[in-house]
Ligand binder design. Sequence first.
Ligand code: PMV
Length: 360
Amino acid sequence: MTSTKFLPADYTQNLSSTSFSYASPSNIALIKYWGKQGIQIPKNPSISFTLDTCRTTTTLHFEKRDNHKENFEVKVILDGKHKPGFEAKIHQFFSRILQYMPFVKEYKFIVETTNSFPHSSGIASSASGFSAIALCLMEMEREMQPGLTDTYFTQKASFIARLGSGSGCRSLEGPLVVWGEHSEIEGSSDIYGVSYPYEVHENFRDFQDAILLVDQGEKQVSSTVGHNLMHNHPYAESRFNQAHENLAKLIPILKNGDLDSFIHIVESEALTLHAMMLTSSPYFILMKSNTLKIIEKIWEYRRETGIPLCFTLDAGANVHVLFPKNYKNEVQDFIKSSLSEYCQNNRYIFDSVGTGAIKL
Ligand code: PMV
């Protein structure tokens, strides 16, 4: 699969719209992407649940520029406030996508954006944010080049989102998205995410994700720095192989609904991600003591009740608690009564698996 298929054909129509809006979801990886090469090419395949209520809503306003200056022209407004700090990121993104969407030079843009989750929650908004911008840009392209198929539209939107945020390419569709070539997953690609193409047992439908906000500050290690730690990492190659193996093991588990095996893989992936950071140079401990307390409590509760809940982690201290929908009441009560005290300001978010981005 090469990127050339995303080079644009001639644009035959002028744009009549002046803005597009999308609400794009966040996602939580079950098999983790950690380590990349080139511009956001993953060193191993990953799979994620798309979330439902944790979303970024973005309106992209655009207006033709009188003359083509060298630089891009973008203004970012987050929650109604001008945020010049984010504009450099969009400039870098535009320079990466320029050859695939040359029109970004011809317009001036206002990115008006807001997140459904609190800004300081420690939940990364870059995946959902770049997914929403990519979809708005694709709407522009579709208006200038009518007749694009829906498949091409979604693939290219995911391809473009990936150039802004790697995991952002998994934030367009739902409920399960694979990114990165895997020998047993037909259609899987290193350059865009695809909907998981095989049978999924009803145990995994409407899965719940409670996000426990243990540390709501800025990320201690940015994802760019984190991914770079996998270069020359002593365990990198075995980790990349393990991700392939774990994804292969997950295929029959997702089909037959084996929750115990699911839990084993998902928790192991989370701990391995953190183990990679514990053993890199420089090394980082991204868990907080409350992260560990929560994990112990989850294990104790699972042992005592037999309820098949598990945890996963991103590259930070927050804990995602995953569980089937039919245990929603019990697990939510358990979180409120026994886990919320370990969250910063007692904050947590109840979310569930969703179906993807929505055009507004
Ligand atoms: O998309 P990035 O560069 O922010 O990396 C995300 C990495 C993890 O969240 C830790 C794992 C994943 O697959 O989402």
